[in-house]
Design a protein. Structure first.
Length: 407
């Protein structure tokens, strides 16, 4: 391509100074490639505060290299990795294993969580003092902290350290062996359901503790309408609370489920009423950010249907196209709002400086084909769906970390 094009520039002030609107963005950013297609847009690097790169301990599912390449393919320049690893990063020695792998293999910025409790068992606090320097925040993601007193102690310690508690909210006693939403699909097909109360009841518990401790608190992957309302009211009270939800919760309900492990994640895709409540939460600012909960597994682990497959789907390489197609092109939110949700808000909340940018063809359609993913994971509920928005280039730390074959 020979002509420099005039690109749309969204939310790029942190990268380009005062540049806004349109302009010769490629010259300003020093990109050698020249484009001549009016459908290109430039965004600040996306930031996902909830991913699973599986290293150390489960590198057959994903590793730092493959996960960060997948993130770059999706326009991300920063991600936060969850601590359900082996060994669990519950002390400096264990966290260093992950930090060394990140330094050696990551192509983008990777910020690890440390666990709230030793071994994520909920019985003893991790070495939070020693971990705080290198951990972006504390979480026992994959498990809810069941003990009120343990969570209270964690919040008090996190408050003193100036760190966020990022909570996977789930009351074990309410799960009853469920593996999809306790709703219409489960009833019609004889599946065991997970009730919404298992999520929102622990959020309710945690918010009481936030009132008591003053801790900075973040709720992971909310899926239920009651959760949205609890967080909305907490924000009105002035509590230091934020939350995230995932693309799949915003565009699907449980009637879209199929007898396939690629539709199984935790929390589950819930009812249409829940989905609409989440959309309202996005529009009114109750929900602060979109996070993928990118959770790859092996093909075997995802091949056992809804009941037998492992919880988790991949999402880094489809997040923007899914959100752009279903929320922006339909007029539910603006493109500027989407960039706030995927880049600006998560960066601000977790103290992550926006680094780099991505260039997208926001007019190009494609069909989701997991065989094109750079992630080791292939399980996505969006397989075969036609979406709009193709990442052409991602730059992080001054280096091109992803480049589409078409440029």
């Amino acid at each position: 391509m020979t002509e420099t094009m005039k690109a749309k520039v969204i939310g790029m002030s942190e990268v380009t100074g005062s540049l806004t609107g349109t302009g010769d963005i490629f010259s300003v950013l020093g990109i050698s490639e020249k484009f001549n297609h009016s459908g290109y847009a430039v965004f600040p690097g996306f930031c996902d505060v909830h991913v699973h790169f599986r290293e150390p301990g489960f590198s057959y599912k994903e590793d730092i290299k493959s996960g960060s390449l997948a993130a770059a393919h999706g326009g991300y320049t920063a991600v936060c990795t969850m601590p359900n690893l082996s060994p669990v990063p519950d002390c400096r020695e264990n966290l260093k294993i992950q930090l060394d792998a990140i330094k050696e293999k990551a192509v983008i910025n990777v910020y690890p969580y440390a666990s709230i409790t030793v071994g994520q068992k909920g019985e003893e606090l991790s070495d939070m003092d020693a971990l705080s320097e290198d951990a972006v925040a504390f979480s026992d993601d994959g498990r809810g902290v069941q003990s009120d007193e343990m969570m209270r102690r964690a919040m008090i310690k996190a408050k003193r350290l100036g760190k966020i508690i990022a909570a996977h909210c789930e009351v074990n006693d309410l799960l009853e062996g469920g593996y999809i939403h306790k709703g219409e699909y489960a009833r019609l097909h004889g599946h065991k359901g997970i009730c919404s109360e298992s999520e929102w009841k622990q959020i309710e518990r945690d918010l009481k503790l936030v009132r008591e401790t003053g801790c900075s608190y973040h709720v992971c992957h909310i899926s239920a309408k009651e959760s949205v309302e609890l967080i909305r009211q907490a924000k009105k009270e002035g509590l230091d609370v934020t939350c995230e939800t995932g693309p799949h919760y915003l565009v699907m309900n449980d009637t879209h489920l199929k007898e396939d492990g690629r539709f199984k994640m935790n929390p589950p895709i819930r009812s249409e009423e829940d989905r609409l409540a989440l959309l309202e939460g996005i529009k009114d600012g109750t929900i602060d950010m979109i996070a993928t909960d990118h959770a790859p597994h092996s093909e075997e682990e995802k091949s056992k249907g809804l009941s037998g497959s492992s919880f988790g789907i991949v999402g880094l390489e489809t997040a923007f196209p899914v959100m752009y197609t279903h929320l922006v092109k339909t007029g539910i939110i603006t493109l500027e709002k989407l960039i706030e949700l995927m880049s600006i808000n998560p960066g601000k909340r977790f103290g992550i400086k926006t680094d780099g940018f991505s260039v997208w063809d926001i007019e190009k359609e494609f069909t989701v084909d997991p065989d094109t993913f750079l992630s080791k994971g292939r399980a996505t509920p969006f397989t075969g769906e036609k979406l709009t928005g193709v990442c052409m280039l991602t730059v992080s730390g001054g280096k091109t970390v992803y480049k589409h074959s078409g440029i």
